[in-house]
Structure formats: C-alpha cells, structure tokens
Design a protein around this ligand. Sequence first.
Ligand code: C2E
Ligand code: MG
Ligand code: MG
Length: 289
Amino acid sequence: ALYRAKNEGRNRACIYDAEMDAALSNRKLLEGDLREAIASGGLRVAYQPIVDKSGEKIMGVEALCRWTHPVRGDVSPAEFIALAEHSGCIIELGALVLRQACLDGNAWPQLSLAVNVSPLQFRRADFVDQVERILKETGFDPARLELELTESVLLGNVDSAEAAMLRLKALGVRIALDDFGTDYSSLLYLRRYPFDKLKIDRSFVLSIEKAADAAAIVHAIVGLGRGLGMKVTAEGVETADQHLFLRAAGVHFMQGYRFGAAMPAADIARRLDEEAAPHPAGKPTALAS
Ligand code: C2E
Ligand code: MG
Ligand code: MG
C-alpha cells in the first residue's frame, strides 16, 4: 500500500488489500524472470525502418528491445522497460541492446542506427565511457549512431546532462529528442541542448486527420525543429493521408507501420536487398518526392 500511494503521487493514502499483495509478488516474479532473460540471452533486438520523406528509401533503423516470456509470451516493452528501470537492471539491458544493435548494424553500412537510452542509464557518470567502449569493441562507426533521449533525462540535471551530451557529440554520436510533445516540451531545453533531431510523438500524428489543433502543433514543431537546424522525424505514421500531410509539413524522416514495424535483423537485410534491386513491374508506384 505504501508503494502504491507513492506511485500514485503526493498526498495519498492507500489501504492494503490482498489483491495488491498479489500484484506485487507478480511483479517480483516477473522481475526475476527479466533478470534471468538478460543474463541468459533471452532478450532480442528488433529493428524498425526509418524512411525518407518519400517513404521509398530506408535511411536508418531504430533498435527496439523484445522479450518473449517462456510462459506469458510477448511482454510489451512499456511493461518490461518500466520494470527494468524500477529494479535497476535497465543498465545491463541498455548495454546489451546497444552492443547487439552495433553488431547487427555493422551489416548495414548505409543506415543510421537509433538506440533508446533510459534516463537512469544516461545519468550514470560512466555512461559515455560505456558507449565509447561498446563502439570500440564492436567496431561500429560512431557517426552512424544516434542515441534517443527523452526530456525527463534533462530534469534537474542540467549541467551534467549537457556535459555528457557534448562528450557524446565529440565522439561523433548524434542525439535525438524522442517523444517530443508529450513531456515538458520546453523550448529552453531545445535551445540549451545540442540535439540533432526531434522525433514528433505518435499521439500527434494519430490526431492529424481528426483534430485541427494536432495538425497545427505538428506544423509548429516542424518549424521549430527546422528553425533550430534539427532534423525532424514523425513517429507512428500509419496511413497514406498522414504520410502526405507530414511530407507537406516538411518532416525529414518517417517511421511507422506504413513503412514497416520492428522486425528481425535478417528482414532489414532483405528489405535493403529488395530496395537495391530494380522494381518488378506491377509494383504499386510510391509517392514521388
Ligand atoms: P519509442 O522509442 O518511442 O519507440 C517507438 C514505439 O512506437 C515502438 O514501440 C514501436 O513499435 C511503436 N510504433 C512504431 N510505429 C508505430 C505505428 O505506426 N503505430 C503504432 N501504434 N506504434 C508504432 P515499442 O517497441 O512497444 O516500444 C515502446 C517504448 O519502449 C519505446 O518507445 C521506448 O521508449 C521503449 N524501449 C523499447 N526498447 C528499448 C530499449 O532498448 N531501451 C530503452 N531504454 N527503452 C526502450
Ligand atoms: Mg525511440
Ligand atoms: Mg518515441
């Protein structure tokens, strides 16, 4: 009950009940299984294509962690990443994903590789050293690596976050601000920190066709990003209409089910081969740039 009250915010009281106990022990069990999966190679990394504005050409991929639990089946990243953060094993998980992504990414020299970084990872004093070590060990070109941070990384952590970002940039690594529009969306942060890219959260993309305000916000974010010299990626692009709107709005890159969900490394290699081969007759013509 104490944990529940703390989790749900200030000035709350929660009464203990048996269901709560079950949920807690359930979480403890899952946490143990996650540790086991991390230690025994039970996690996988999948890759989602990131395409240019025409939607035709893969420019990069985002590495996304996957866990198939032996009994429960696929666990959603939202659930197990939160669990890993809560229990501290996000540090090992993050290192594991980065290393695997660099190893797989070596096979696609033409693509950039985006990897998510948890605030808990980023705040560690040895984070940049760890990135540097993994780049060396895997031989991955730092100029092709893009680390995705969220704004919560920056909260109350202004100077050390800036120092870490500058060190990463000195290595040649690029930095993207993920899920833009969902957190604080502080303009001060955008000016102060050397982000190379903004990723517009998919909640805005989802609402483009339904709500005029979402469309206006997307236009404003693109203008802001471009004005500050950043690249802009739209996340969660699912329909042709969204694609057309975003392209007209000036988005540089797009990511979403319209262009492919996260897939195993081998499927990315296949996509690249197909892209390099001449289009067979009868293939639907894609949107011209
Ligand atoms: P994210 O970094 O914003 O990743 C994009 C999420 O949107 C992915 O969810 C992706 O599968 C989903 N997505 C992509 N296109 C579409 C679309 O067109 N429609 C819809 N409905 N969804 C789409 P996923 O894989 O479930 O990951 C969720 C979040 O978990 C990620 O959000 C990221 O914050 C976190 N995550 C995943 N892998 C890692 C990791 O290795 N480390 C850390 N720290 N976080 C990770
Ligand atoms: Mg991301
Ligand atoms: Mg995102």
